[in-house]
Design a protein around this ligand. Structure first.
Ligand SMILES: Cc1cc2nc3c(=O)[nH]c(=O)nc-3n(C[C@H](O)[C@H](O)[C@H](O)COP(=O)(O)OP(=O)(O)OC[C@H]3O[C@@H](n4cnc5c(N)ncnc54)[C@H](O)[C@@H]3O)c2cc1C
Ligand code: FES
Length: 281
């Protein structure tokens, strides 16, 4: 849990390992970190979908989802795309360096409510980061859920995050469907945008929940297509990534309609968001 006496106080974490998931100007780097003060684990708990403010001392902090599941014990993972001031400074850090973590922040996916259901995750690019803990949570509680369908796309083969894990997803009751935007050599999976891959897979809405995260335009068309497949707004969940400052409902920076993404979210059902036009702007 965040330090209730001072929610602005970050924990110092040491980077145990760091690697690039994707190349390029907007590279994504994953950091596997552990608390310098081991006692923090006695009170820390997080659930899939929750986030944390991650920072570099002297530079600043930004919000990132915790991309490891609680079952991955003894460390946290963050997968960070290089965008600007804070993320460039974080990308300079390597194993052995320290960074700060303030959190966990926000709500989480209602995974207990979803027990017994078929789960479909639909991700694009870095949007797979909040879906990875959902997938790993279900994989470590396999008897509590029905089928798991992982639908994930990126611009190119190299732009997929968590490539090493795709093979593990194809277990009994779990299927992994991948896409890239344009044809490449030695690509045997779907070619096209994620909303089209969704229609190709065409998951049934029967006893199902769909969770989607990615660029806003992708989310918009994924939700339209889920509705065409018969999913009701209450069966569709997403996470929003509005720009944030305080992360604790004080500064008013992150509002979408009457909702604060940091306090009321970042996880929302489409039933909550469908009448708020700014949510998918
Ligand atoms: C709840 C939540 C979860 C997030 N999870 C992740 C994650 O797991 N991995 C990840 O890489 N990023 C994630 N983000 C986005 C991340 O917080 C921003 O990329 C980061 O704050 C950029 O900081 P910066 O100082 O490097 O960029 P800045 O210097 O502040 O900005 C650089 C550029 O990025 C744009 N930008 C900054 N923040 C956002 C944003 N939130 N949405 C769209 N454009 C933005 C700016 O407009 C500007 O063009 C998340 C954001 C939220 C709110
Ligand atoms: S980030 Fe300050 S109110 Fe949400």
């Amino acid at each position: 849990m965040m330090d209730e006496s001072n929610p602005y106080l970050p924990y110092v974490v040491k980077i145990e390992d760091a690697w690039f998931e994707t190349p390029g100007d907007r590279a994504i780097k994953t950091f596997k970190v552990n608390f310098v003060d081991d006692k923090v684990w006695d009170t820390w708990s997080h659930s899939p979908g929750q986030c944390a403010m991650v920072g570099r001392l002297g530079v600043g902090e930004s919000m990132f989802c915790i991309s490891s599941a609680p079952s991955e014990e003894g460390y946290l993972r963050f997968s960070i795309m290089r965008m600007g001031k804070v993320t460039c400074a974080l990308h300079e850090l390597e194993a052995g360096d320290t960074m700060t973590v303030r959190g966990p922040v926000g709500n989480s996916f209602p995974l207990e409510e979803w027990e017994g259901k078929n789960i479909v995750t639909v991700g694009g690019g870095i949007g797979q980061a909040p879906l990875r803990p959902v997938i790993n949570y279900i994989r470590s509680n396999r008897d509590k859920y029905s089928d798991l369908q992982v639908i994930y796309g990126a611009r190119t083969k190299e732009d997929h995050c968590f490539k090493d894990e795709f093979g593990e997803y194809n277990q009994e009751g779990t299927a992994c469907h991948l896409s890239i935007d344009v044809e490449e050599e030695e690509w045997s999976h779907f070619v096209g945008f994620v909303p089209n891959l969704l229609m190709e897979v065409a998951p049934s809405p029967e006893n199902a929940v769909a969770v989607t995260c990615g660029p806003p335009i992708m989310i918009k068309f994924v939700i339209q297509n889920l509705e065409k497949l018969g999913f009701a707004p209450e069966q569709i969940y997403t996470t929003l990534e509005e720009r944030m400052k305080c992360g604790i409902g004080k500064c008013g920076r992150c509002n979408v309609g009457h909702l604060y993404v940091c306090k009321d979210g970042p996880v929302f059902s489409y039933a909550t968001l469908k009448d708020i036009p700014e949510a998918f702007a």
